[in-house]
Design a protein around this ligand. Structure first.
Ligand code: SF4
Ligand code: SF4
Ligand code: SF4
Length: 232
């Protein structure tokens, strides 16, 4: 199977994460022929069977590049928060600019969420594709994984953790290590931001703190959140 790793506007941290597969990359190379990966290859070729795309298109040239990748790949995987919804650079939208994830431009077959994405999830996706099995993103919150790991909730220590609305799949790595979840994997489907905001208010966080926490990765929900906070 021919694969390619492609970068649009971003920090390229997800490409570096791809290289962090370490011993697993050796197994990967045995099964896959890496045809296109700017960080490790001088000569790049198309088409590919699977295109892993990080970043978001920030100009016409990158929109064209993304279309070209789509036309020349059988499966396209959105890799990381920037590809998903423009991630942290997407905060320019609050200043009236336009930064959108790649699904707004082309069809995306699979999403690897996170900043950067999870290596375990990448390996699971590759295994599913290789064995013809269905790959599904988790659709619970990070709290569900956090409870299983026996973490004392950070909200009770007045640390604003976004695990209640963030999509699971990272095994609650941040809270487990004592850091708040910033929802880098975005929101899971059907999240209830009003209940979440009510919870955060009841824990003593201010409206501004809650909005700030949503603004980093949860762009899609900020307007609704602000409206609800204003009208409640
Ligand atoms: S998702 Fe995070 S690590 Fe990946 S390219 Fe964007 S900023 Fe970098
Ligand atoms: S620490 Fe965060 S992820 Fe863990 S239970 Fe509390 S809010 Fe949820
Ligand atoms: S705990 Fe939250 S911030 Fe950390 S990797 Fe998971 S979703 Fe991202």
């Amino acid at each position: 199977m021919k694969i390619g790793v492609f970068s649009l506007t971003c920090c390229e941290g997800c490409s570096v994460q791809f290289l962090n597969i370490e011993s697993d990359i050796l197994k990967l190379v045995e099964k896959f022929d890496i045809k296109n990966f700017r960080l490790i290859k001088e000569r790049n070729e198309m088409p590919v069977d699977i295109a892993f795309v990080e970043g978001f298109p920030s100009n016409d040239e990158e929109v064209e590049k993304l279309s070209y990748i789509r036309e020349n790949s059988k499966i396209l995987v959105s890799m990381g928060a920037c590809a998903s919804n423009a991630g942290i650079p997407g905060m320019v939208n609050y200043a009236g600019k336009k930064a959108k994830g790649i699904k707004e431009y082309v069809d995306v077959d699979y999403f690897l969420y996170g900043c950067p994405f999870s290596i375990d999830e990448l390996m699971e996706l590759i295994s599913c594709i290789f064995h013809g099995k269905e790959f599904r993103n988790k659709n619970q919150n990070v709290c569900s994984e956090c409870y299983l790991r026996g973490v004392d909730c950070l909200l009770d220590k007045h640390i604003l953790c976004m695990g209640g609305v963030a999509r699971a799949g990272c095994n609650a790595v941040c809270p487990y290590n004592g850091h708040e979840c910033s929802a880098c994997r975005g929101g899971y489907e059907g999240i209830d931001i009003k209940s979440h905001a009510r919870l955060l208010l009841s824990k003593g966080f201010s409206e501004e703190e809650i909005i700030d926490a949503y603004e980093m990765y949860m762009h899609e929900y900020v307007e609704e959140l602000k409206k609800w906070l204003k009208e409640r």
